[in-house]
Design a protein around this ligand. Structure first.
Ligand code: TRP
Length: 460
């Protein structure tokens, strides 16, 4: 595939790790991980999740980075060129196309949820959490969902924040922003951990997260753990591949991936421990409260603790940063493609794709109010439909294809050249896992993910 522009490479040490960790650490870590851990019994779930990171997340992340860095191009051009080099069918280029599209779809609804964090920063600062009861907190949240104007305003602002960073470019935008935002995120997280240790039920929380009860292991929770290990590392759509293209050649892929996976997991665990410590310290609310944990349960905890408003605001600023460094990586593959393939400048490319994602997100804004009765796929709301198509179908499908392509199609000398400085033991271990274990595991996630729909179509 023709390209007009050449790639830059991030000069400063650690930029790739920060950017990839920024992509990985997001709403999935702080919003989703704690509540799925709560719903699946704590310790046993955490253990299964760690195993999945090792057998699915790490091998596929190495594969994505390797593809991006080998081709030094955005995922669409990268897959096209690698196909050619490997003598593989052009159909594999679908990995890049589907990935860029998945990025747009995920961005369209991710900014809607991320926008709620902006509303909650304002709410915390203006004292709305003070003395909040469970009932009042639910009303506050339902009030936001019922207000399309407000939801639209935050969705628009978050999309704009994303576009600005991308428009500034790979070095001045992406690299500079993650170098400021990620350290700040880590500091805020530690501050919250300290607060939770002082104000919360720390020991109860630790026991809940880490005590191992084998009877809590079930097939269902294993599937949730598999799916999440994949989602939380931003795999399957080329975000990591796009960043891999900016990674210096002398940096070790495996060591970098271990850092990213470790940091991502640590953030999820620390956020979980802090959140549950605060929740357990508040009478009358429970840890297994599902998706409402962050926006309904937690404000009650903050509203009834000393200095809860300040720390509540800190909490939602941290979630905003986590989401922001993820949204930029959702749009980067598409922006880089328009830039490298057609010579669009980054400002034009970012605005164009930002507008597309913003418009696709309108239905997600309305799903919670004006369109709440509208059904799209088999009884699902627009929001759930978008989420389903991207997270349950496109991401796992992309993941299977990436694992198969790098595992089976890419020539040995391409791989060995990229991994020349890695430990040979690790490479020997990685290749068979990528060939046999990861694709099968992700395929199971994929089939399980579409199963409810298959049933809806064929049985009902
Ligand atoms: N990893 C992100 C999170 O945990 C979500 C996500 C999934 C993502 N796939 C992505 C982010 C691709 C950026 C790019 O919230």
């Amino acid at each position: 595939m023709k390209r007009l522009k050449q790639h830059v490479i991030w000069g400063q040490r650690g930029s790739f790790i920060l950017a990839a960790t920024g992509s990985a650490v997001g709403l999935g870590n702080i919003w989703k991980f704690p509540y799925i851990t709560g719903e699946n019994g704590g310790g046993a779930f955490v253990l299964m999740y760690l195993l999945c990171i090792l057998l699915i997340g790490i091998p596929i992340m190495m594969a994505e980075i390797l593809m991006g860095r080998r081709a030094r191009a955005n995922p669409i051009i990268a897959t096209a060129e690698l196909c050619e080099a490997a003598g593989a069918s052009k159909l594999w280029t679908g990995i890049g196309w589907m990935g860029a599209l998945a990025g747009l779809v995920i961005l369209s609804f991710y900014t809607v949820i991320a926008g709620w964090t902006l509303e909650y920063i304002v709410a915390a600062v203006s004292g709305e959490f003070t003395g909040l009861t469970g009932e009042a907190s639910k009303q506050l949240f339902d009030g936001l969902l019922a207000d399309p104007g407000k939801m639209l305003q935050w969705h628009t602002l978050f999309t704009l924040m994303t576009v600005v960073i991308l428009a500034l470019g790979v070095t001045r935008g992406l690299e500079s922003s993650v170098r400021v935002m990620m350290p700040l995120l880590f500091v805020l997280l530690l501050v919250l951990l300290g607060y939770a240790a002082v104000e919360g039920e720390f020991a109860t929380s630790l026991r809940f997260m880490f005590s191992f009860n084998p009877q809590d292991i079930s097939w269902e929770s294993a599937l949730v753990a598999m799916g999440h290990s994949f989602f939380t590392l931003s795999l399957g759509m080329g975000a990591i591949m796009a960043y891999g293209a900016y990674m210096p050649s002398n940096q070790s892929v495996s060591r970098t991936v271990l850092y990213v996976a470790l940091l991502d997991t640590l953030v999820a665990l620390v956020a979980g421990v802090a959140i549950f410590a605060l929740v357990f310290a508040t009478p009358g609310i429970s840890p297994g409260s599902g998706p409402g944990l962050m926006f309904v349960t937690l404000p009650v905890a903050f509203g009834n603790m000393s200095a809860g408003l300040v720390f509540g605001a800190i909490f939602f600023v941290m979630v905003m940063l986590a989401a922001w460094t993820s949204t930029i990586s959702l749009l980067e593959p598409g922006v880089a493609y328009l830039n490298e393939r057609f010579g669009f400048n980054r400002v034009a490319a970012s605005i164009l794709l930002g507008v597309v994602a913003w418009a696709m997100g309108l239905g997600s804004v309305w799903s919670f109010n004006d369109w709440s009765a509208k059904q799209f796929l088999w009884g699902k709301s627009y929001f759930d439909t978008m989420d389903f198509i991207a997270t349950n179908i496109m991401l796992p499908l992309g993941g299977v294809l990436i694992a198969l392509f790098v595992g089976w199609k890419l020539r040995d000398h391409h791989i060995l050249h990229e991994l020349a400085s890695e430990s040979p033991r690790l490479v020997r271990w990685w290749r068979p896992v990528l060939k046999f274990i990861s694709p099968v595991a992700v395929l199971v996630v994929l089939i399980n993910g579409i199963f409810p729909v298959l049933r809806a179509v064929f049985v009902e």
